[in-house]
Design a protein around this ligand. Structure first.
Ligand code: ZN
Length: 333
């Protein structure tokens, strides 16, 4: 075999390869296992021939590697000039979720009360008669204690799904000395047939303040602050007398309509007022049940529905809309 002419021929073929595939064919032809060069190297018996043929092999291998680098670079240049990505185009949008309306309002109410220096307390959703009724001055004969109104646990007339967040007041006072500034937010359960304003479960925010010299004026001021945070700075609050077993006096609080400002519209039923919920001055009997001295301290409490707040906020006509998980509705807020 003429090593010199083989090398010349091979170098010509390497330089003549215009694609990586062509170059690979050339490499196999001149440097592959069955190439003339490899076969000759296997037959080598003397050192001088071996060195010469190995020199040719190394030379050709280097030439192939160099040619390969040139062709790869050309490929890259080609794709950079012909294929293009416009990085200024907007990407594929990723749909973003958001917190449920009740969670949003719950967190907002929590923020309002944390800002006033209140403590947040989580009471149990399964509670007993004592905390849910008796300690809240609600006697056993009261209709709200009936199994027609309250979910009792099977075979148990003591344990129940709490019907209000108020038992949180009792549990908190049992373990804390006054002064008390506490809110408790969470789910409550009542045997109600679902309709536009009722569901068998709902959420309440319970607020309790106990200190020396607390009056109805403090209650009104607190409700007004909450209403203004939720519905805007122009809101006014009015109170009407009402009755609840655990407060004396008891009131219902209304706030001027956030939509019409009190002039009357469809949201407020043309009255100009929106009902916030029940409240009152804590009954001295409740303090006696938890070992507080009603001569020493006084307090106020209220329990408002979070669903009602969310419905008013967003103008939802039906409470069930909050739990039907209709994304067309939920995505609007
Ligand atoms: Zn209105």
């Amino acid at each position: 075999m003429d090593a010199e002419s083989l090398q010349t021929e091979a170098l010509g073929a390497i330089l003549g390869a215009h694609t990586l595939a062509e170059l690979d064919e050339v490499r196999v032809r001149f440097l592959g296992r069955s190439s003339q060069l490899k076969l000759a190297l296997r037959e080598v018996r003397d050192r001088e021939t071996g060195q010469r043929l190995n020199g040719v092999r190394e030379h050709l291998e280097t030439a192939v590697a160099e040619r390969q680098a040139i062709l790869e670079r050309a490929n890259l240049d080609h794709s950079l000039t012909t294929e293009s990505v416009d990085v200024t185009l907007p990407g594929t949008p990723i749909p973003r979720g958001h917190l449920h309306l009740i969670t949003q309002i719950r967190r907002q109410v929590e923020d309002v009360f944390l800002g006033l220096g209140y403590e947040i307390f989580d009471g149990p959703e399964i509670d007993d008669r004592w905390h849910n009724f008796t300690a809240l001055n609600t006697p056993d004969w009261h209709p709200s204690t009936s199994p027609n109104d309250t979910f009792y646990l099977a075979d148990d007339d003591n344990l129940l799904l709490r019907t209000q967040t108020s038992p949180g007041q009792i549990r908190f006072m049992e373990t804390h000395e006054p002064p008390v500034y506490m809110v408790s937010l969470g789910r409550c359960y009542r045997r109600d047939t679902p309709d536009p304003t009722h569901t068998p479960f709902f959420h309440q925010v319970e607020c309790l303040a106990v200190d020396r010299g607390i009056t109805l004026a403090d209650l009104k001021g607190t409700i007004q602050h909450l209403a203004r945070e939720l519905y805007g700075p122009e809101r006014e609050v009015r109170i009407r007398t009402s009755y609840f077993p655990f407060t004396e006096p008891s009131i219902e609080a209304d706030v001027t309509c956030y939509l019409c400002g009190g002039a009357g519209c469809r949201v407020c039923g043309d009255s100009g007022w929106i009902e916030m919920g029940g409240a009152g001055v804590v009954d001295p009997n409740v303090f006696q049940h938890v070992g507080y001295d009603p001569e020493e301290v006084s307090g106020f409490a209220f329990g408002f529905g979070l669903e009602r707040m969310a419905m008013l906020r967003h103008g939802l006509p039906d409470i069930r809309a909050l739990w039907e998980n209709d994304l067309r509705l939920l995505r609007q807020f």
